[in-house]
Design a protein around this ligand. Structure first.
Ligand code: UDP
Length: 250
């Protein structure tokens, strides 16, 4: 069921953002569409939108409770979330605890290497440019954030990593890496935005060592491993075990 909403403001690969009654809010629909490799690979995964919405809601509430500001306000329906309206900064902040993915394609670092301290990579969010990795100098050149905001973004992202890692460990899940997006609200405050879900995190099941079976995130889709939605449901089940039911927002 779709809640009451205003006009479509933006459509991304996995979500649609609609205007809400209140100008300072938006209503986010999580879609079942799955894409990978800059949308070269596409599919529909029934039930994914609902799971990503519910997992994100739980995780947003858990980090908020520990002092991290997010755009999340509450759930409007199974796959619908109400959020504070923010101007999303076109940067993808990737935190890596274990080396895998693009880091191992672009450097000689062995897959599985533990990264201490966690590695923070900043990419420019631009599909046309295939989200290039930025150097500090290029980030400064682009002028998207001030020097103070750059430091705040790093502090928030590292804090979110430590919190998420801790939550997941409690239910035998290993947070390998994940991507964050941040936005600025009408008061000029930096908030964690977008989603935190198996679409944007790599999460391994610590209850098995099997290199394929332990993968519970979007890599199952990227690598054609099957059981994608089942794995997202397993993450949801475990996260529910350490969180309260996400609040409704109306
Ligand atoms: N990621 C994401 N959106 C992107 C790129 C990466 O959510 O556009 C997430 C990805 O799911 C993983 C982490 O960021 O958890 C690091 O991804 P990586 O740089 O290794 O890229 P990939 O191997 O996915 O191309």
């Amino acid at each position: 069921m779709s809640p009451d909403h205003g006009p479509l403001l933006y459509e991304g690969k996995a979500k649609r953002i609609f205007a809400a009654d209140k100008a300072e809010q938006v209503i986010v629909e999580f879609k079942d569409d799955a894409t990978a490799f800059n949308a070269l690979k596409k599919s529909q995964l029934e039930g994914k939108g609902k799971l990503n919405c519910q997992i994100s809601a739980c995780l947003f509430e858990m980090i908020e409770a520990l002092g991290v500001r997010t755009h999340y306000l509450g759930i409007a329906d199974e796959n619908w979330m109400v959020a504070e309206r923010v101007k999303v900064i076109p940067l993808e902040i990737v935190l890596r605890n274990i080396a895998t993915g693009s880091l191992c394609k672009e450097t000689p670092i062995d897959p599985g290497t533990e990264l201490k301290p966690p590695l923070l990579d900043i990419y420019f969010k631009d599909d046309g440019l295939a989200d290039p990795l930025l150097t500090d100098a290029r980030l400064e050149l682009l002028g998207l954030v001030s020097a103070e905001q750059r430091i705040e973004i790093e502090t928030i992202s590292r804090r979110v990593n430590e919190l998420l890692k801790g939550f997941f460990e409690k239910v035998d899940l290993l947070l390998v890496d994940f991507k964050l997006e941040l936005g600025i609200n009408q008061l000029g405050e930096l908030l964690v935005a977008d989603e935190i879900s198996p679409d944007t995190c790599r999460i391994w099941d610590m209850r098995t060592n099997d290199p394929e079976n332990r993968i519970l995130d979007k890599d199952r889709f990227r690598k054609d491993l099957g059981r994608v939605v089942d794995s997202y449901a397993e993450i949801h089940k475990r996260v529910q075990g350490i969180s309260s039911k996400p609040r409704n927002y109306s």
